[in-house]
Design a protein around this ligand. Structure first.
Ligand SMILES: N[C@@H](CCC(=O)N[C@@H](CS)C(=O)NCC(=O)O)C(=O)O
Length: 231
């Protein structure tokens, strides 16, 4: 049994779904609609977060761990140009790749914290820590842009890396919500070019991120939001 628990909007889970497609693995999609109780979430992970992944007897949470597991366990790579990397972290650039990945995950944590706080009543302009988190996003993007060799390369030149995929998932998450954050992608041309290329891949098209704001309860097949409920 292979299965993934996720919410439609989670950028961490979206990156894992894209990686599952890049590797060509079938899995049961356990998509969560609505907000489960803490006890319900605790049944699948002590962090109370998604994604959680099951593969046979193994249960994993933390999206980076799931991605690393998938890449090191499954060697199959469908032929796509450029190919999906064989390595989560290249042996000859181990610490560089790890540092870039951790920094990208810090970007994702800052972005999802801003989002969760906004929908629970605290916007960026009302809280100094959230304002700092928004500044962090811009600084991280600037640093990541400087790590890319040129506008044609990702973080592992010659292939698509998990670093590329997670960054794209996090940036597109910020852009798909009314958070009041301008990521100034025009100032980060190498990142912008990378994200535009990734948008063309089948794995990204099969796992789209759609606009979300309070009141949206679902989507038409083309991504048009369906409004309902009382929020
Ligand atoms: N470090 C975790 C972060 C996952 C995460 O933040 N998931 C969010 C959805 S995007 C979540 O489940 N939030 C609910 C909560 O934190 O209570 C990972 O990489 O999997």
């Amino acid at each position: 049994m292979r299965a993934l628990l996720f919410t439609s909007g989670s950028p961490f889970a979206r990156a894992v779904r894209i990686i599952l497609d890049e590797i060509g693995l079938d899995y049961e999609r356990r998509e969560e609609i609505g907000t489960p109780t803490a006890e319900q979430r605790a049944a699948t992970s002590p962090t109370l977060q998604v994604p959680t992944f099951w593969d046979g007897d193994l249960t994993l949470w933390e999206s980076g761990i799931i991605a690393e597991y998938l890449m090191s366990t499954y060697a199959k790579r469908p032929s796509v140009d450029p190919p999906f990397s064989m390595n989560a972290f290249r042996p000859d650039a181990l610490w560089q790749d790890k540092l870039i990945f951790s920094t990208i995950q810090t970007f994702g944590t800052a972005a999802t914290t801003i989002s969760q706080m906004k929908w629970t009543g605290v916007a960026i302009d009302r809280n100094d820590h959230l304002a700092r988190a928004a500044q962090k996003l811009i600084h991280i993007l600037g640093w990541l842009d400087a790590q890319l060799a040129d506008p044609e390369s990702g973080f592992q030149p010659g292939c698509v890396s998990m670093q590329d995929i997670f960054l794209a998932a996090h940036v597109r998450f910020v852009q798909a919500r009314p958070l009041g954050i301008d990521l100034e992608l025009g100032r980060h041309e190498k990142v912008a070019a990378l994200l535009n290329r990734l948008n063309q891949r089948d794995s990204f098209k099969a796992n789209p991120i759609w606009w979300w704001e309070p009141g949206i309860i679902g989507y038409e097949p083309d991504g048009t939001p369906v409004f309902g409920g009382d929020t």
